[in-house]
Ligand binder design. Structure first.
Ligand SMILES: Cc1cc2nc3c(=O)[nH]c(=O)nc-3n(C[C@H](O)[C@H](O)[C@H](O)COP(=O)(O)O)c2cc1C
Ligand code: SF4
Length: 678
């Protein structure tokens, strides 16, 4: 048996967890009608197959009707959840993992204009900044009702055969009772710490009555709100002791911080550019003070840190949650001593930000996550070996090469630059986004293992491609910055990428006109402001940088606000003219009736890219499919069979930004779903 601390079993009451790595609660927004159906099940089963010890399903599964999901969560107040959960539990157990669920009432952390239009409730009228609802201050009958709801939900989960439950108490109703900042009740549930904790212990007591002493019940809670007037570390330690001493709790799952703002949430779940494992020592202190099973997760993306967390005795179980979104087979690869094959989580937080933007969680560079029913995490070998030529070694081209290599094909990649990575290589030059380079490095290493041949510094033309006698050609040439958006004066502007790459020196008084709303605009603004330019970001949209999304915006704002960058929304840059050393920006608005002139010495445009598609169009006549991709076959997951030119020499496809400006995930998904069937 291995002596790796991470691979030692852990005894939690009667339950033997097969190793020390868990997936903590995270709602990927995959439920259908509030139920964990096939997609949800497949997602957790994949992690179980990959060797994780325990997977915590849901995340904020709703125990009451007045706790409506903000995006899409499991509705555990419905009886019909039991058979669905039973199916999931059985399927996960088949692969040797334990499976639990996080239950909660969101309190004020939701909205009232959801399914039943019930008022949002909390122990005070204080609104939460992130979700904006003004809550009703709870009455005695609200408290009684919700305690019963928790117990009903717990009973359903036991009936579904689950290994346990976890009650959520950070930023949700339970700790809204705990925190002096959000509890203004008098009497039994407000005032002293004893009173503020009463709700949680009443819930635990009621839950225990229903599930008995043997069922596993944990609490995931904040041990220090890190907010003036909020719960302190001393409070957290006291609460930890009381949870243990109550005899009603089997594990502590420790969080540090508060989540009532986007910035607070980002400190609890740090993203790329922020320190790794920032709250690990804190969780270790709680474990030391309580000597009780302690779980914790917060940006422990790499195996070495996880191993240290266990070996040093700071934790009993280490959460590697986003790490499992990126690679569900992480534990198996540790056990097989193939740590270098683990697809790294780069902290891009596309997964989390996206659920709030109304969609399901997807990993920026694992397109199979959340698509387990249609996309493979490991592709199978092809029946016949083909010659595949790929032009472009950006994320799409590299993913195509990786997948084709894994299928056993002979693969050649042409890249005009000296290194792989395309736009990601530029992006990763920013200190805060340097983790992005792992998207490139991991793929390059995987390709090399599979014998993919790279020809860097090579501008591929029609002859270069034809000389390879390929069966399939993939054009992944990306795009070039699109700046021709003005009615006049396009020749006076530069692109955000010119600034990011360092090709153009920063001006001193700069307008960043951003109507793409993605990272490049903000990244350019930050580079400019750090070079001491006075910077204004202007957009015709209602909010700036909508594609960057909430948590990713946090580090930008922390930097840009300090650098005094200003933000102007709802104005459109129409034209630029030169006047001596200055540029006059003509500014209008889609709302009409505005015509202003502003003076700058540099205008930077961020407006996505235009496809670099020349080679594709030149190759088209030589291809059998004349470049056509059958969407029917692509979506159905079957090989492409379009033949429009029987005389053609090869199949030709283009992917990623070479088709249209999109994002990294789109390019990687294009590549995976096409190449897995080639
Ligand atoms: C898509 C997503 C949804 C999440 N939802 C919840 C949730 O509902 N409840 C919860 O306690 N934590 C939630 N989390 C936080 C995770 O449990 C975990 O604390 C966080 O991702 C930090 O751990 P990691 O760095 O290992 O990913 C969510 C995380 C992700 C990525
Ligand atoms: S999107 Fe980013 S943070 Fe989320 S799992 Fe993937 S790599 Fe990790």
């Amino acid at each position: 048996m291995s002596n790796d601390p991470l691979l030692q079993p852990f005894q939690l009451k009667h339950l033997t967890l097969r190793n020390r790595i868990i997936v903590t609660a995270h709602e990927p927004a995959y439920p259908e009608d509030g139920m964990p159906k096939a997609r949800y099940r497949a997602y957790h089963v994949e992690r179980a197959k990959g060797g994780v010890a325990m997977t915590m399903t849901a995340g904020s599964a709703a125990v009451s009707k007045d706790s409506p999901p903000v995006f899409n969560n499991l509705l555990v107040y419905k009886d019909e959840v039991v058979p669905w959960m039973r199916e999931l539990t059985d399927a996960v157990h088949e692969h040797g993992a334990a499976v639990m669920i996080q239950l909660t009432h969101l309190g004020r952390r939701t909205r009232w204009d959801k399914e039943f239009w019930l008022p949002v409730v909390s122990p005070s009228h204080h609104r939460e900044a992130a979700h904006r609802a003004f809550p009703k201050k709870m009455e005695d009958w609200d408290i009684e009702r919700i305690i019963k709801d928790y117990a009903d939900a717990a009973e359903r989960m036991k009936a579904a055969g689950m290994d346990g439950i976890e009650l959520q108490a950070y930023g949700h109703l339970m700790d809204q009772f705990w925190s002096p900042l959000t509890n203004e009740l008098d009497g039994p549930y407000g005032g002293s710490l004893d009173n503020r904790l009463r709700f949680a212990f009443d819930v635990l007591r009621e839950v225990r009555k229903r599930v008995g002493a043997d069922f596993i019940v944990g609490v995931r809670y904040t041990g220090d709100e890190m907010l003036e007037g909020g719960l302190t570390k001393a409070d957290g330690l006291e609460i930890s002791r009381r949870l243990k001493d109550s005899g009603m709790v089997d594990f502590l799952n420790v969080i540090r911080g508060h989540i009532d703002t986007d910035a607070g949430l980002t400190d609890v779940i740090p993203i790329q550019g922020m320190a790794n494992s920032p709250h690990l020592d804190f969780a270790g202190e709680i474990r030391k003070a309580t000597n009780f099973p302690t779980f914790h997760a917060a940006k422990i993306p790499d195996v070495a840190t996880a191993r240290h967390a266990i070996a040093s005795g700071k934790l009993d179980m280490v959460g590697m949650t986003r790490a499992h979104l990126a690679d569900p087979h992480l534990v198996r690869k540790i056990a097989e001593k193939r740590e270098e094959d683990i697809r790294p989580c780069v902290g891009a937080n596309y997964c989390l930000d996206r659920i709030y933007q109304g969609g399901a969680a997807y990993c920026i560079h694992n397109a199979a996550t959340g698509r387990e029913l249609s996309m493979p995490h490991s592709v199978t070998k092809a029946d016949a070996r083909k010659k595949i030529v790929i032009v472009g070694a950006g994320p799409g081209g590299l993913e195509a090469a990786r997948v084709a290599g894994e299928r056993g094909h002979e693969v050649v990649v042409f890249e005009a630059a000296g290194d792989p990575g395309g736009q990601i290589r530029l992006t990763a030059q920013s200190e805060r986004r340097k983790e992005m380079i792992s998207i490139v490095d991991w793929r390059t290493a995987q390709c090399e293992k599979r014998g993919v041949v790279f020809r860097f510094n090579t501008w591929a033309d029609v002859e270069t491609v034809r000389a390879e006698s390929p069966d399939v050609v993939i054009i992944a040439t990306g795009g070039y910055p699109h700046t021709e958006v003005l009615s006049s004066g396009n020749e006076f502007v530069v692109s955000s990428w010119d600034i990011i790459s360092g090709d153009v020196r920063p001006g001193t008084n700069v307008l960043v006109y951003d109507d793409a709303g993605d990272h490049a605009g903000l990244q350019a603004a930050e580079i400019l402001a750090k070079a001491r330019a006075k910077v204004e970001i202007m957009t015709p949209d209602r909010s700036f940088a909508p594609e960057v999304m909430a948590m990713n915006l946090t580090p930008y704002m922390r930097s840009l606000q300090k650098l005094d960058v200003t933000f102007t929304v709802t104005y459109r840059l129409e034209a630029v003219e030169k006047s001596g050393n200055e540029l006059i920006a003509h500014v209008g608005s889609d709302y009409g009736g505005v015509a202003k002139q502003r003076r700058f010495d540099q205008v930077v445009i961020n407006h996505g890219t235009i496809p670099l598609d020349e080679l594709y169009f030149e190759l088209k006549p030589s291809s059998t499919n004349l470049g056509e991709m059958s969407h029917e076959q692509l979506v159905a997951g079957i090989p492409q069979s379009v033949v429009r030119n029987p005389e053609g020499e090869f199949q030709l496809f283009r992917i990623g930004d070479a088709v249209a400006a999109r994002n990294t995930h789109a390019a990687i998904y294009d590549a995976l779903r096409l190449l897995k069937d080639v």
